[in-house]
Design a protein around this ligand. Structure first.
Ligand code: C2O
Ligand code: CU
Ligand code: CU
Length: 504
């Protein structure tokens, strides 16, 4: 007994010390996890505006764009050259623009030295043109998808989608906007001078390690990469001088895991006019809008002569428990962009109150429901398999999908090819920001959303579309599934594991 005692005391002391160290470590990690650039941003760089992509029109009316994916380097900070990837340039890509009804083709050359893809996020198009993981483009090859634009005016975007590597490819700088307009949107009194009173704002969080990007994930964070500052259109600390009373910002969250809660530093009201799939039915005033990776929002802000307005991302309460919230970035805040109004401003016409009708179904004619349970370990308990079709859907039908986040880690849900209507969030009517056409929706921890969409085809039993969590680390881990659209009674064919497209 007397010999055991000192041993026990020593063991207890060691256990206590380990406990303290772990607790202290956790505490340190907890407080270290929070980042903010509010008040410390000097807005010293003019916001870059991605150029409008040049196009040519073939004799059959097809509008043809060319994109080259390539490596480069960019001086985000003076004297520091950061290795990057970009489309037709060092970082990000040009803005493509097309009108509803137009035939378009994009010739994509892969000069990266490794295989990749380009996916048209939010676009309604045939599965083999979608640019998902089944349309890999080999190094040196060119892939030239074509389709007819048949959907309302909207702010869409494009980015790579190689299975298991999407986070890396997007982080290095491969992303750009694809703007659609139509007869209706051309007639509405909305700001539309690109780069003047209609600004693309691609928001991404970043971190640097010397000259290079630091893409490491934080300890204890299970959502993926979280940066310690933000950039807009690849510009750090950006400002933009504006000369119009009303300025439209096309916000795109092109971050890989970061969820933003945008508003202005003085809490001013802004008007939400559009979401992922296009214009809302009615202009809606609000002070905050939450955006998870992949989502878009078109907001219009009113400026007074000579004033400054700061677009800010505020801490956000919607992540579940305080632990998940802290490690998923819910306590973080960023000064994202400063708008500087000129001394005299051009008068802008009043915003229209009515913007048009939504083309997404309302669930009334849904022919069936499906359930998707989200966990980081997979959707409905399975991880993505290139050769497995998870859902087979009849062309022309509407469905209601119930998506439940089954644990406390934040996720979101994106469906290729379609736009959907959010019918319910936890059994209740969705908030104003979720009342438009959507293709990506945030699903906070332990939350259920109900979505209605129509699959207009064309049918293709051989080629699947994807649905997945758009937190790209989760997508890469396999939080993704595949669906095919088939004619009534038809079955999905066996999907072959694809070989990268070997160029023509
Ligand atoms: Cu923007 Cu399947 O992704
Ligand atoms: Cu997509
Ligand atoms: Cu996720």
């Amino acid at each position: 007994m007397s010999r055991l005692k000192p041993v026990l005391i020593t063991l207890t002391a060691i256990a206590v010390l380990i406990g303290l160290a772990l607790g202290g470590g956790a505490l340190w990690l907890y407080s270290d996890a929070k980042v903010s650039t509010v008040g410390s941003t000097d807005f010293s760089n003019e916001l870059a505006v991605p150029p409008l992509a040049k196009s040519t029109v073939k004799s059959d009316g097809t509008r043809v764009f060319e994109l080259t994916m390539r490596a480069g380097e960019k001086e985000f900070r003076t004297g520091q050259k950061t290795p990057t990837w970009g489309f037709n340039g060092d970082h990000l890509g040009p803005t493509l623009r097309a009108k509803r009804g137009e035939k378009v083709q994009v010739k994509i050359k892969n000069a990266l030295g490794e295989e990749s893809t380009v996916h048209w996020h939010g676009m309604h198009l045939p599965a083999e043109m979608d640019g998902g993981p089944h349309q890999m483009v080999a190094p040196g090859a060119t892939w030239a998808p074509r389709w007819t634009v048949n959907q309302p005016a909207a702010t869409l975007w494009y980015h790579p989608h190689p299975h298991g590597k999407t986070e890396k490819h997007v982080q290095r700088g491969l992303a750009g906007m694809f703007l659609l307009h139509d007869e209706k949107s051309d007639r509405l009194a909305l700001p539309r001078k690109y780069g003047v009173d209609d600004l693309p704002v691609i928001v991404q969080d970043v971190k640097f390690d010397g000259a290079k990007f630091d893409h490491g994930h934080k300890m204890l964070s299970d959502t993926g990469f979280l940066g310690n500052r933000t950039m807009a259109n690849g510009t750090l600390d950006p400002y933009k001088e504006v000369g119009d009373e009303l300025v439209r910002l096309r916000l795109l969250n092109a971050s890989t895991a970061r969820i933003y809660d945008f508003g202005f530093s003085d809490d001013r009201e802004f008007a939400l006019v559009g979401t992922d799939g296009g214009l809302l039915e009615k202009t809606t005033r609000m002070r905050r809008i939450r955006m998870s990776p992949g989502e878009r929002a078109e907001i219009v802000v009113r400026m007074k002569p000579g004033e400054k307005a700061t677009l800010r991302s505020f801490p956000n309460d919607s992540y579940g428990d305080s632990w998940s919230k802290r490690f998923a970035g819910g306590d973080d805040s960023f000064d994202v962009l400063e708008l500087r109004a000129k001394k005299t401003l051009r008068a802008s016409p009043e915003l229209p109150a009515e913007l048009g009708e939504l083309e997404v179904p309302d669930g009334a004619d849904s022919v069936r429901g499906r359930f998707f349970g989200l966990r980081t370990s997979g959707i409905n308990g399975r991880t993505m398999q290139m050769g497995r079709i998870d859902e087979t859907i009849t062309r022309g039908t509407a469905e209601t999908w119930t998506v439940r986040n089954e644990h406390s880690t934040p996720h979101n849900f994106h469906i290729h090819d379609v736009q959907f209507r959010v019918l319910e969030v936890d059994g209740k009517e969705p908030p104003a920001e979720l009342r438009g056409a959507k293709d990506t929706v945030f699903v906070p921890g332990n939350t259920t959303v109900k979505l209605a969409m129509r699959f207009d085809g064309p049918a293709d039993p051989d080629t699947p579309y994807m649905y997945h969590c758009h937190l790209l680390y989760h997508e890469d881990l396999g939080m993704m599934g595949q669906f095919v659209v088939v004619e009534k009674g038809e079955k999905a064919s066996k999907v072959r594991t694809p070989h990268a497209h070997a160029g023509h």
